[in-house]
Design a binder for this molecule. Structure first.
Ligand code: DX5
Ligand code: ZN
Length: 216
């Protein structure tokens, strides 16, 4: 299991240092939650801020766009140094054009689905994307409770990926910690996003180690 700490729970006055701290703690990916106050009822940061912190780690920058028009801003996040850009299948942009734009910039593209969106919503795009992100909370805020009823959806997507023999990984996001990460792994999750459970832990390095170990 790869662990992607969600920087949404970090001390933003030390954004760069927090990324460095997560790198040293053993994070595999840096999960950056971008919210526009329109697609979700919260606002975080955009590409200019991301550009400032990019150099604080060489790890994969996994950018989760919770914005209404990802096509409009895709170039900005590619320029800012994203390695993977995921955007919501429920957004207002043309999905095919947005995938094409991201891939044309040499960045990996992924699709995200909210809890009420069925697995089948991403099936038409699976052969062109690198990741499916399954939300295990309603997007917008950190610190919510894990929705275990999303795990059958993970299994369904995993089965489709395997059936079609595709190279697509599954990420899960929201409420993940030591108590449920093994269930995620068993359902087929490859990358677990963890905000609260890493940042509120007395020792983030230990928290990451324990979560990885629980999945072995
Ligand atoms: C929620 C974000 C998540 C969230 C995870 O909209 O996409 O990445 O910050 O935080 P926790 O682990 O606290 O649920
Ligand atoms: Zn996220």
């Amino acid at each position: 299991m790869l662990i992607a700490p969600s920087l949404l729970s970090c001390d933003f006055s030390q954004f760069g240092k927090e990324i460095e701290r997560m790198d040293l703690a053993g994070a595999d990916y840096m999960h950056l939650d971008v919210m526009d106050g329109h697609f979700v009822p919260n606002i975080t940061f955009g590409a200019p801020i991301m550009k400032y912190v990019r150099d604080f780690s060489d790890k994969v920058f996994d950018v989760h766009l919770m914005i209404s028009d990802p096509l409009k801003y895709a170039d900005d996040f590619c320029d800012a140094g994203a390695d993977i850009i995921t955007f919501h299948v429920e957004c207002d942009s043309d999905i095919d054009k947005t995938i094409d734009k991201i891939i044309s910039r040499g960045v990996k593209a992924g699709l995200v689905i909210k809890p009420n969106t069925p697995a089948s919503a991403v099936f038409p795009y699976l052969d062109r994307i690198s990741m499916v992100l399954v939300m295990t909370v309603e997007p917008g805020f950190g610190g919510q409770s894990f929705m275990a009823d999303m795990l059958p959806k993970v299994r369904e997507i995993k089965a489709e990926i395997e059936k079609r023999n595709l190279d697509v990984i599954i990420e899960a996001d929201g409420g993940i910690g030591l108590s449920n990460i093994k269930d995620c792994a068993e359902a087929g999750v490859d990358v677990a996003v963890a905000g609260t459970s890493v940042f509120k832990a007395p020792d983030p390095k230990k928290a990451i180690e324990e979560m990885k170990k629980a999945c072995e």
